[in-house]
Design a protein around this ligand. Structure first.
Ligand code: GRF
Length: 199
């Protein structure tokens, strides 16, 4: 059984690319069956195209309300019958209805619960922490509050800018994402309260 992944993106799609590359090995246990975005003209969609992966765009502005957008997104995702939705740099929150239909994991560029929100790398740098990193979590109704599946640590160095720090986080983040989604696909996971056990 190969785990069917739908990956949601908003930008460069380097995390998506890492998943696509991992899925090329049948032993990985997962396949990206579709890529969804909330905007056009992004490199992530070009990556999907280059690999012959179906993609779709649902822009909030195309809908009369956020609820309609969310339902259309959930319906389109459902059409691809995913076992797991991976939000990889997707810059939108989805509703509880979406999450009831689709188990979704999200990757965040900080060590949650520190520095949730849109600017994880910048906020960590401004605070002056000496280590930060990335977190993969199961999305719940909050902003970056769901049960943590995996984390990876990245040192902050004195000369870091937001860009250099975020780029180093992204290298570790891609490895964490690929390793963890592979484990989830092959071995499954259990949730005990907030604690996630892989395998
Ligand atoms: C990642 O660091 C993700 O955690 C953050 O935005 C970045 C997306 O990178 N939300 P990419 O589009 O996968 O290259």
């Amino acid at each position: 059984m190969t785990t069917r992944l739908v990956v949601l993106v908003s930008g460069a799609g380097t995390n998506l690319q890492a998943l696509i590359d991992a899925c090329a090995d049948p032993a990985y246990g997962a396949r990206v069956v579709a890529v969804g975005a909330d905007r056009d003209d992004i490199e992530a969609l070009a990556r999907a195209d280059r690999h012959g992966i179906p993609s779709f765009v649902k822009q909030v502005s195309q809908f009369s309300s956020r609820e309609h957008w969310d339902r259309a997104l959930a319906d389109t995702v459902a059409g691809f019958e995913p076992d797991l939705v991976v939000s990889a740099g997707f810059m939108k929150l989805v509703s509880e209805d979406f999450l009831a239909r689709h188990t979704t994991v999200n990757t965040h560029p900080a060590l949650l619960p520190s520095f949730p929100g849109m600017h994880g790398a910048a906020d960590a740098l401004a605070y002056g922490v000496k280590v930060t990193g990335a977190t993969l979590f199961i999305v719940d109704g909050g902003v970056d509050t769901g049960p943590i599946v995996a984390q990876t640590v990245v040192p902050v160095i004195d000369d870091d800018t937001v860009e250099t720090l975020h780029e180093r986080i992204k290298i570790a983040e891609r490895t964490m994402l690929v390793d963890t989604v592979g484990l989830m696909a092959r071995d499954g996971w259990e949730l005990d309260g907030r604690r996630v056990r892989l395998g």
